[in-house]
Design a protein around this ligand. Structure first.
Ligand code: ATP
Ligand code: MG
Length: 400
């Protein structure tokens, strides 16, 4: 058994000692059986949420109305959810009613796909009422029960289907494919934030090309923000998006670089993405544009935060003919004389002191930026004395 499960067994046992059932469920069982790395482990239990809160010392009620309690145990956290079924998705956003039930079987039956509807008990026995293991073997994605019913009940599942195709490189079962073609328009009822989560995962999947062709073939793209007003966009994207993306900002930057008349603001507004994503996308685009004009010089690297290097390299590989290696870029970044303005041995105050007779103004920032560039391009060492010597030779009349 995977170490993460082994560590979780005492949590199952503690719940069982109070007379309730508890098992591992969902994505972690799927990934474990596929020999994929696990990130988090979810637990399902017959114990009501208040009981779970009483059993453990440290808990956080992260979704108590849906039966979910986060249990902190031995430095690890586990989402523990009471067996439940959902009914009446009348507004297509949230189930109208969440009903706690006593049977694991019922809990598994409300789950989206057979490969996500398996559980494992503390002895490592797999509970698999919908042939999830067979479908894992055959690499097919099949809904638990009738596809039409499950997709109309919660249309987000259609988008989830495509993202699992991308993440796992599975094939969509015929019935599911047909149901998506018929009911894709229902995606317009889904909160865009929920669509964005699945869309990001789709773009980060290794079988992206396959998922994109399904996205287009099923016509799902016609019901997603931005894509619905730009009918040829996915076609264009498929020509370039040959491998998995790293982040949301990389996806947004990619699309803006593909089709400049759709602004980053527009992307972020339509998909309700955060200001942080908007800012990071803009920085990526500006690094990319600088690179196209001047190549990877010290300034290009300086503007490229290490967290964006992988995305930058990926975008250059997709959108230009040049070959840039991530390791090289990182090495060169590490070799920069300074990584930010803070690393400069002087600051604005030193400049003010050097010119006591001149009124402070924007010239200070300009001069500081010039110093920054000179240090970056190694035309000046990052040494206070030598920098100040150069600064003092600067003629204020030239700039003010
Ligand atoms: P990931 O590894 O990306 O987290 P996951 O399978 O764990 O994949 P989650 O979105 O975290 O996906 O959901 C956890 C589990 O909850 C799923 O495996 C599935 O059993 C169930 N589930 C999630 N969303 C839905 C949904 N919309 N309809 C039915 N079941 C769902
Ligand atoms: Mg998960």
């Amino acid at each position: 058994m995977n170490q993460l499960f082994v560590e979780g067994i005492p949590v199952l046992k503690k719940i069982e000692n109070h007379g309730f059932e508890a098992v591992f469920v969902g994505g972690s069982i799927r990934d474990y059986l596929l020999n994929k790395p696990l990130h988090d482990i979810d637990i399902a239990t017959s114990a009501p949420p208040e009981v779970v809160q009483n059993i453990f010392e440290k808990t956080i009620p992260i979704g108590i109305e849906h039966g979910t309690v986060l249990v902190l145990y031995e430095e690890k956290s586990y989402e523990v959810t009471t067996y439940r079924v959902e009914s009446d998705y009348r507004d297509y956003r949230h189930p109208d009613k969440v009903e706690f039930v006593s049977s694991l079987q019922l809990d598994l039956s409300r789950r989206d796909f057979t490969i996500n509807a398996m559980a494992m008990n503390k002895s490592g026995e797999i509970i698999d009422p919908f042939q999830g293991q067979v479908h894992l073997q055959k690499r097919i994605l099949k809904t638990v029960n009738e596809a039409e019913e499950r997709f109309t009940e919660d249309p987000l599942r259609m988008m989830r289907a495509l993202r699992f195709v991308s993440q796992l490189d599975f094939n969509l079962d015929e019935e599911a494919l047909k149901a998506i073609r018929t009911h894709r328009f229902l995606l317009e009822k889904i909160a865009v934030e929920r669509l964005a989560i699945e869309t990001e995962k789709l773009w980060r999947g290794p079988a992206l090309q396959k998922a994109l062709s399904l996205l287009q073939e099923t016509g799902v793209d016609g019901h997603l923000p931005i894509f619905k007003e730009n009918t040829r966009l996915i076609d264009l994207a498929r020509k370039y998006a040959k491998s998995a993306f790293h982040s949301l900002e990389e996806i947004v930057a990619f699309f803006h670089l593909l089709k400049e008349d759709i602004s980053i603001e527009q992307w972020c507004k339509s998909w309700k993405l955060s200001k942080a994503v908007e800012k990071a996308s803009k920085r990526l685009v500006s690094s990319f544009s600088y690179y196209k004009e001047k190549g990877i010089d010290a300034y290009c690297l300086y503007e490229l935060d290490p967290s964006r290097i992988a995305s930058f390299v990926h975008l250059t590989s997709l959108l230009t003919k040049s070959i840039v290696h991530e390791d090289d870029v990182r090495k060169r970044y590490e070799g920069l004389p300074i990584k930010s303005t803070k690393d400069l041995e002087i600051d604005g105050y030193d400049i003010v002191q050097a010119f006591p007779d001149i009124r402070p103004g924007p010239w200070i920032t300009e001069l500081l930026q010039e110093v920054e560039r000179k240090v970056l391009f190694q035309q000046l060492p990052n040494n206070k004395e030598q920098i100040m010597e150069w600064v003092k030779k600067w003629n204020p009349q030239e700039k003010s």
